[in-house]
Write a protein of this length. Structure first.
Length: 145
């Protein structure tokens, strides 16, 4: 694994995936009584799907850092972009239609939405950036100097 191979898109994917996972443990909804619920408490399936979306983003980062061929990281970046779209849509649906008896949204859902948008943006940036990474070979340094 060579972290020097990571481009800005992969760094955005890393941060967004971490933000999305952390948000699942924060308060997403509140009851009229003031009791709050995390995504893990409020959902039965959506939380697992969001965790999987974050995992796909991290897989794209690992693929870029470990694979010499550009094919695998490119496919992983496309998958991360589409899982970012899925995560954004799922969270927007949950903002518009809270589950069960919850009446108001809390800060965790907005942080989760930011993480989902970050997955989408980071995946898109990684697709659009065709540079091989920041790694410099010694032959490049010797020929230019």
């Amino acid at each position: 694994m060579d972290l020097r191979r990571l481009r800005p898109g992969e760094w955005v994917l890393t941060a967004a995936a971490i933000v999305l996972v952390v948000s699942l443990f924060l308060s997403w909804y509140a009851l009229p009584t003031g009791r709050r619920a995390t995504a893990w408490q409020a959902f039965s399936v959506v939380d697992v799907v969001l965790l999987a979306c974050a995992a796909v983003g991290l897989v794209a980062v690992v693929a870029q850092a470990t694979q010499r061929s550009p094919a695998v990281p490119a496919v992983a970046s496309v998958a991360a972009t589409w899982t970012g779209v899925l995560a954004v849509v799922l969270i927007l649906i949950k903002v518009a239609d809270p589950p069960g008896r919850y009446t108001e949204t809390c800060y965790g859902i907005w942080i989760g939405l930011a993480g989902a948008v970050g997955l989408l943006a980071g995946g898109w940036w990684a697709i659009r950036d065709d540079r091989p990474g920041l790694r410099l070979d010694r032959s490049h340094l010797e020929s230019s100097g």
